[in-house]
Each structure stands twice: as C-alpha cells, then as structure tokens.
Unconditional design. Structure first.
Length: 246
C-alpha cells in the first residue's frame, strides 16, 4: 500500500513538472592561445674521443664543462625541466645522438689524395663518449653558434618555450569554457529547455578522445614546421551543464 502511494506521488510530481527529468549535457571544448616565447631551448649532443673509455669520458667531461662556461658567459643558462614537457621538446632532446663511429671517420678526399694510402696501416680504433646537452637562450642564433663552436651537434632547430605558462593556460581555459557555454546554450535552444547551469569542470585528458588526438597532431606539426617565436598553449576541458525545465 505504501509502495503504491509512493509510485503515485512520483508520477504526480512528474505530471506537475512536465513529465521529464532535467537534461544533463557533457561538452568537450578546447582553448588555443599563442604567446611570445621568453626563451629558446636548444638541444645538442657533445662527442669526445679517446684511446680508452676512461680517456674519452674525461675528455667529454672537460668538453661539457667548457661548453657550459662559454654559454654562461653570453647569458645562456642550462635548461631546467618544464612543468609540462612538450612532444616537440622531447623530440628535440633525442635528436643529434652520436656514437663511437664519429671518432673513426676518415675523410675520403684525404684518403684518395695520400700516396700509398691503400697500403698504410689502419689507425687504431678510438672510443667515444657522448652526452646530450640542453640550454635556454634569449635568442636562437647565440645558442646555435655556441653549440656549433663546441662541436656539439645541434638538434634541428631551437624550440620556443615559456618558463611560466600559467597566464597562457588560464587564458586557454577561459576560451574553452566560453565555447562550452555557447554549445550548452545551443542545446538549450534546440531542446526547448531553460538556461544551462554549469555543474562540473574536468581537466582530465582522455587518451582515446578525438580532441586529444587532434592536439597530438598539432604538436607534431609544430615540431616539423618552420621556427616560430610564439609558444602555443592548448587546453581541453570537459564541462557538464544541467538544462533547466521550462
């Protein structure tokens, strides 16, 4: 008897309110902001050679120390890890690696120009030691020139970065939120509902989402594109709204 009364009460409440519960919509929206870079990160690889591994390691330590000193003298600092490493930055850090083969190359022109070169004994194989280096400079040319002078094979190009991207990320979030509000309002008009009320915001990234895949594609494109003096900041939000009944 009590159960029947409760069911009747629920049905009566639905009849008064129009017979349907409020609609909830979940919207994924992105914000994209470009800001001037405050530093340019350049990555490279230092190679040193020696008759033994210990000799090569010692030569490498001296070479890296000299490189760091020369860069400090012109206002270039050692790169610090970014709070959110970018795909382009990781690709740059991995480029330019060299092995021991760089210590045993022979110039073909010199070989052909030397009389009796074919009969000369093969020189003893030299061992190599290498280390990646990464620095932040106020401009591109200074860092590239310093790396080249130190025989540190540079990565393909310097990467424009922002040491503190808090302001840019907040601007991108506001942009994404504005887009989400517009979409929620469009749903309300389409469904004949009342105003949309914001109920939840999530910054969690879904690796399977189309939007996240799009960000990855954009990042790869930026890594392969021409150098830029701007830093792109992309933020994706998942925003939930409740559409009021009329």
């Amino acid at each position: 008897m009590v159960t029947s009364f409760l069911i009747m009460a629920v049905l009566a409440g639905q009849a008064v309110t129009g017979g349907s519960p409020p609609v909830t919509v979940e919207i994924v929206a992105s914000g994209h902001v470009e800001t001037p870079a405050d530093r340019f990160r350049v990555s490279g690889n230092v190679l040193a050679c020696g008759a033994t591994k210990a000799e090569a390691d010692a030569a490498l330590a001296r070479k890296v120390a000299e490189l760091e000193a020369s860069l400090r003298a012109i206002g270039v600092t050692k790169a610090q890890p970014l709070e959110r490493p970018s795909l382009a930055g990781m690709m740059g850090a991995m480029s330019g690696t060299r092995g021991s083969y760089g210590c045993n190359t022979v110039d073909l022109k010199d070989l052909l120009a030397s009389p009796g070169a074919a009969t000369k004994p093969k020189p003893a194989e030299r061992l190599g030691a290498n280390a990646p280096v990464s620095f932040d400079a106020p401009n591109r040319s200074v860092a590239i020139a310093a790396l080249t002078a130190a025989d540190a094979k540079p990565a393909e190009k310097p990467l424009a970065i922002s040491i503190d991207d808090t302001t840019a990320r907040r601007a991108a979030k506001q942009q994404a939120l504005a887009k989400a509000r517009q979409e929620a309002a469009a749903y309300a008009v389409s469904l004949g509902s009342g105003p949309a009320t914001l109920t939840r915001i999530s910054e969690k990234q879904d690796w399977n989402s189309t939007d996240f895949a799009g960000q990855m594609v954009r990042m790869i494109g930026l890594a392969a594109s021409a150098p830029s003096d701007s830093v792109a900041t992309d933020v994706t939000l998942t925003v939930e709204f409740r559409l009021a009944e009329r």
